[in-house]
Ligand binder design. Structure first.
Ligand SMILES: NC(=O)c1ccc[n+]([C@@H]2O[C@H](COP(=O)([O-])OP(=O)(O)OC[C@H]3O[C@@H](n4cnc5c(N)ncnc54)[C@H](O)[C@@H]3O)[C@@H](O)[C@H]2O)c1
Ligand SMILES: [Fe+2]
Length: 392
């Protein structure tokens, strides 16, 4: 067996840990932090403890707070310009996946040696970056732990920059920041994390024992906590499990990349602006069934991590008429039921997708070659269309 496993070198987990931001900045030796965040984070006063710690330490920072969900290229460019104007020498991503993804690119673009357009794809970054700290406020994307940044290019398409350069120096995991995350964002981002774990575990190319271990642990943490976190956002134990349960699969899929669920979810975000986690949730059960012929043995290994602790579906190996129910089907049923229970829409129709758009979605999904090559079963245009029709 041969494999490489790469990860962010330092993770600091603490309730209230964001109030120690200045320590992390000083440890990395920079003095003019540039914070990348969004308006929602400011409105919820989530930045305050972190800003207080910088002020106390005598560090003056600049803030870009205009990150939009599914960030467009303009967001990245405007952010880098502000960071340069203010002479910043290190970057802090503070928010959900959107803010952290912009922060990564800002850190890599600061030197000015390369344009964003030259960075898209895998291993295209040729420049170094300034110091980078990531502080997630959602428990879902795992972006804090990945070397991936997703940008909305043009009107509706999304493209990824994948490079080891984008691994941060330090992650601060502070579950207190996630206590006020509204139920629908908690639910959707939590399912996104579960999808990362499942797709890393079934990744055709780069799956390895470390990514497998992280995926299994994440699935058990999230499946045992997601209902509690959605029903009672103030449950700190559930929030802690969710935050770790999102970071672990980030580490896993940074090494064993995700597949068809994400390839089919991205066009839903790009064209219809459906939140990323919800897009995943909408196609997940259908992709699980589609992948069954190639991935059934892997889904069987995932079942014990997901089902024993869940009240949603009772694990069962036999149907009422005695026939075996395969693991893919059990997982598909589990996720459909879980989504309903968590208050998420379960069909494309419900989220306003027109039936006439399914062909365009299937065409767009075929462009996600970077992801489709990791899927355990080859996905053709007709397969993708069929999956969207089933999800409709
Ligand atoms: N880089 C990666 O590895 C990776 C992986 C998966 C997804 N993504 C990308 O991440 C993005 C989605 O990120 P996301 O799902 O974390 O959401 P997000 O960053 O787009 O934020 C969604 C909303 O949640 C609000 N919010 C965030 N934290 C909050 C909190 N604690 N309390 C209240 N409101 C809060 C934000 O203000 C925003 O309005 C997409 O662009 C997706 O493509 C990246
Ligand atoms: Fe995702």
């Amino acid at each position: 067996m041969n494999f490489d496993f790469k990860a962010v070198p330092k993770t600091h987990f603490a309730e209230g840990g964001s109030a120690k931001l200045a320590d992390a900045v000083k440890a990395l030796g920079f003095s003019k932090p540039f914070i990348v965040t969004d308006k929602g984070i400011l409105q919820h006063n989530l930045l305050e403890p972190a800003l207080d710690s910088l002020t106390l330490a005598g560090l003056s920072c600049s803030i870009f707070s205009d990150v939009q969900a599914d960030p467009p290229e303009d967001n990245v460019i405007a952010s880098v310009e502000l960071a340069r104007q203010n002479g910043c020498d290190g970057v802090i991503g503070f928010g959900g996946g959107s803010s952290m993804d912009v922060a990564k690119l800002v850190a890599a673009l600061m030197s000015g040696d390369q344009l964003l357009q030259q960075m898209y794809g895998v291993n295209q970054i040729t420049t170094s970056r300034v110091p980078l700290i990531q502080v997630p406020t959602t428990a879902g994307t795992g972006s804090e732990a990945t070397c991936v940044s997703i940008v909305t290019t043009g009107e509706s398409s999304k493209a990824g920059v994948v490079s080891d350069v984008l691994f941060a120096d330090t992650i601060i995991l502070d579950p207190v920041l996630t206590l006020g995350l509204p139920p629908h964002i908690t639910a959707a981002t939590g399912i996104d994390a579960m999808v990362h774990a499942i797709e890393a575990f079934t990744s055709k190319r780069l799956k390895n024992p470390i990514s497998d271990m992280l995926a299994l642990k994440a699935l058990s943490l999230i499946s045992s906590s997601i209902e509690r976190a959605v029903e009672n956002g103030g449950d700190l134990n559930a929030r802690s499990n969710m935050l770790l349960g999102a970071m672990f699969p980030g580490q896993a899929f940074a090494n064993a990349p995700v597949g068809a669920v994400h390839a089919l979810a991205y066009p839903l975000g790009g064209i219809f602006h459906i939140p990323h986690g919800l897009s995943n949730s909408l196609v997940l059960p259908h992709v699980l069934r589609f992948n069954a012929p190639q991935a059934e043995h892997l889904y069987t290994q995932l079942l014990p991590a997901i089902l024993p602790t869940s009240s949603v579906v009772t694990a069962r190996s036999n149907s009422s008429n005695g026939e075996n129910i395969n693991a893919a089907e059990q997982l598909a049923e589990y996720f459909s039921t879980l989504a309903k229970q968590l208050g998420l829409e379960t069909t494309l129709r419900e989220v306003g997708v027109a039936e006439t758009a399914l062909e365009a979605l299937a065409e767009q999904s075929m462009l996600q070659e970077r992801l489709l090559i990791n899927n355990p079963r080859t996905v053709s245009y007709d397969d993708a269309l069929c999956i969207y029709q089933q999800a409709y």
